[in-house]
Design a protein around this ligand. Structure first.
Ligand code: MP5
Length: 198
């Protein structure tokens, strides 16, 4: 099954992960600054974890998947610098402790280090496709959050997600629905955490 079909096979979970109240608040400008800043600090930490996961996946990846993974890795290093600039401008401490949702997601990534490469590719596609659809649903975004909405909705990011889908479809895992469900569940908990509910 092509990865793009996984969305419609788990519609309820997908809606929760991509049409969360946090995102409605980003669109309408009603998400409290404190909740947004919590998300920002925790997401910077997630991206640092994701960078390590992706580096390990690249090291194991078959030749045709290397280019998209390597390009994504460079983008992640740049994204971390972007997070650092934003945190400094907002007076946020990126060394703040990881909250349980962030620790839980890091543990999922660590388990995926031990899974086979096809499972890792489908997981990575799910991670990125979630952000593409989630932030696209928040377009154009309230002025104070617009920079973030733009970051995950530019054509270059959509192109990256399409490249990951092609890699995942070329090397399908035995149970794509299972890894998709695990990642989507972690994404829902992550939004809940920002809203103070996890
Ligand atoms: C992404 C992210 C997207 N930043 N945070 C979570 C919790 N899930 C997915 O990853 P990237 O590398 O920022 O595009």
């Amino acid at each position: 099954v092509p990865v793009d079909e996984l969305l419609s096979r788990s519609p309820d979970a997908w809606r929760e992960a991509t049409a969360h109240p946090f995102l409605t608040g980003v669109r309408e400008g009603t998400v409290p600054v404190a909740a947004f800043d919590t998300w920002l600090v925790q997401d910077a930490r997630f991206v640092a974890d994701l960078l390590r996961f992706q580096a390990r996946l690249l090291a194991r990846a078959p030749r045709p998947a290397q280019a998209v993974l390597a390009g994504g890795l460079v983008a992640l290093v740049e994204e971390l610098a972007w997070f650092e600039q934003l945190a400094a401008a907002r007076g946020l401490d990126l060394a703040a402790p990881a909250l349980p949702a962030t620790t839980g997601y890091a543990e999922l990534l660590a388990r995926l280090d031990d899974a086979d490469v096809p499972t890792g590719l489908t997981a990575l596609w799910t991670i990125e496709r979630t952000y593409l659809d989630a932030w696209s649903g928040a377009l154009p975004g309230a002025p104070q959050y617009r920079e973030f909405v733009e970051h995950w909705t530019v054509p270059g990011f959509a192109g990256y997600v399409a490249g990951l889908a092609a890699a995942a479809d070329a090397f399908p895992p035995a149970d794509p629905d299972a890894v998709f469900a695990e990642v989507v569940a972690a994404e829902i908990v992550f939004w809940d955490m920002a809203m103070g509910a996890a």
